[in-house]
Ligand binder design. Structure first.
Ligand code: NDP
Length: 447
């Protein structure tokens, strides 16, 4: 879709100032594409160069992370933290440890995070970080040494009122524990609010672990309700088998759906009787094994390593692994097989052509910055509990999460209606997130 004439030069500028960062370009284009109507409605933002400022991170930090493996060999990784926008509150966003991580990856994730966090209605800015470190195959002690080295540099840039990292791909409870331990040691401060996603034994909050997956399922449930449907009796495909995927599967099953396939980077498993979640958790959370071993214990299930998981027929698809994993041809397969709703558990998992196919076919499409905002929303609730030295029950925390996700759905839905594009959750999410950040930036002056 062509950009609004005022936005075209801004996008050209993003391209020339950030060469080669294709995922960042993709994320910026997707937002600019949909906020054209809001630009016409608020000419005062153009005078203050709000959009141009939103596209430029406030601060980008890159650092060396040296560490030693169990055999005494020295490794050098690269660490990143991109502090994108703090108009609404401290920078907030996860850390990703994966060999594919580059500065452009972190910038695309940080940019998305700004709008996502705004959509939650909570007082949090946007940032993201990570490293090209690969925890896969490392011992616990190696992961600990890496995390300690990473935090030895990162600690000077973060704090409960400055920048509050959390988990993402490759960073779960184990890594957050090691990072928090090192932060506490270096600073001599038990500053619980500096990291979220902490274990329950050291300041973590109920439902944070489950929040992204549960929240995404609540969002999809709202999309289904908006078209007079529900999860009841539906076949669902969830890609990935990490934190987001596992708790999506759990909540889909609780709401009456049946998840018939999930995956990791080596392939997917299909289980027509419904994915056995106890077995999946044992494989992925306890033993940290590959998804293929699932079929050793479930004889009726199949393992496929050379084709796309999106070939499995389903009425609902929830991509929850990584960016650009659902392409145009995958989207065409989903539509052909009768899929009516797609909710992005991962960040930007659907390619622009994939999104176009789904929207043209009338599939309800929940973009990641709305559908997976439950994780960061629960993180903000964790910060709230840390600040007041309080701890809420699982039930209360889950009710808060559900309310927040219903609120995000309503905000996207109503904004799309207001701008005359009913059912367009992408535009609804982008315009409503943008409006909140832009209003705060304007109020804060030229900073
Ligand atoms: P995890 O590391 O727990 O799990 C990631 C899953 O995705 C694994 O099954 C992994 O397989 C698979 N995966 C990762 N990279 C690839 C790849 N290149 N190709 C195929 N499969 C891949 O991460 P999370 O579950 O935390 O995150 C998943 C997605 O959700 C990411 O996009 C993340 O940004 C997003 N997200 C996460 C939030 C959170 O709270 N954790 C919050 C909001 C969004 P393998 O083990 O084989 O690599």
């Amino acid at each position: 879709m062509p950009l609004h004439s005022e936005l075209e030069p801004i996008f050209d500028d993003v391209l020339s100032r950030n060469p080669g960062e294709v995922e960042f370009h993709q994320a910026v284009h997707e937002v600019l594409e949909s906020i054209g109507p809001a630009v016409d409605k608020h000419p005062e933002y153009a005078d203050a160069k709000i959009i141009k400022r939103i596209c430029e991170p406030e601060r980008q930090i890159i650092f060396r992370v040296p560490w030693e493996d169990d055999a005494g060999e020295i490794h050098i990784n690269r660490g990143f933290r991109v502090e994108f926008n703090s108009a609404l509150g401290p920078y907030k966003g996860g850390l990703r440890f994966h060999p594919s991580v580059l500065l452009g990856t972190v910038k695309f994730l940080g940019f998305e995070q700004v709008f996502k966090n705004a959509l939650t209605g909570l007082p949090i800015g946007g940032g993201k970080g990570g490293s090209d470190f690969d925890p896969k195959g490392c011992s616990d002690r190696e992961v600990m040494r890496f995390c300690q080295s990473f935090m030895t540099e990162l600690y000077r840039h973060i704090g409960e009122y400055t920048d509050v990292p959390a988990g993402d791909i490759g960073v779960g409870g184990r890594e957050i524990g090691f990072l928090f331990g090192q932060y506490k040691r270096i600073t001599n401060r038990y500053e619980s609010g500096v990291l979220t996603g902490k274990g329950l034994s050291f300041g973590g909050a109920q439902v944070r672990r489950e929040a992204t997956g549960y929240g995404c399922t609540y969002f999809v449930d709202e999309m289904l309700k908006a078209r007079g449907e529900s999860f009841d009796g539906k076949d669902v495909v969830v890609s990935g088998s990490g934190n987001v995927a596992i708790y999506t599967i759990e909540k889909v099953h609780q709401l009456g759906g049946r998840v018939v396939a999930c995956s990791d980077s080596s392939g997917y498993v299909r289980d027509e009787k419904g994915i056995d979640l106890t077995l999946l958790k044992e494989i992925k959370e306890t033993r940290r094994e590959r998804i293929g071993v699932y079929v050793d214990r479930r004889r009726d299930a199949d393992y496929v390593s050379d084709r796309s998981i999106w070939e499995v027929p389903c009425q609902v698809a929830i991509p929850s692994a990584t960016q650009n994993e659902l392409t145009e041809s995958d989207a065409l397969m989903l539509v052909r097989n009768g899929c009516i709703a797609v909710g992005e558990g991962a960040n930007m998992p659907t390619t622009p052509d994939g999104v176009r196919v789904l929207r043209e076919a009338g599939v309800s499409f929940g973009p990641g910055k709305a559908a997976n905002a439950g994780g960061v929303a629960a993180s903000a609730l964790e910060m709230q509990q840390n600040a007041s030295r309080d701890s809420w029950t699982f039930q209360h925390s889950e009710e808060r999460l559900r309310d927040i996700m219903q609120g995000i759905h309503a905000r996207c839905y109503e904004t799309a209606d207001e701008y005359g594009i009913p059912g367009d959750y992408v535009a609804g999410a982008n315009i409503s997130g943008y409006a909140r950040v832009a209003a705060a930036m304007l109020a804060l002056g030229l900073v």
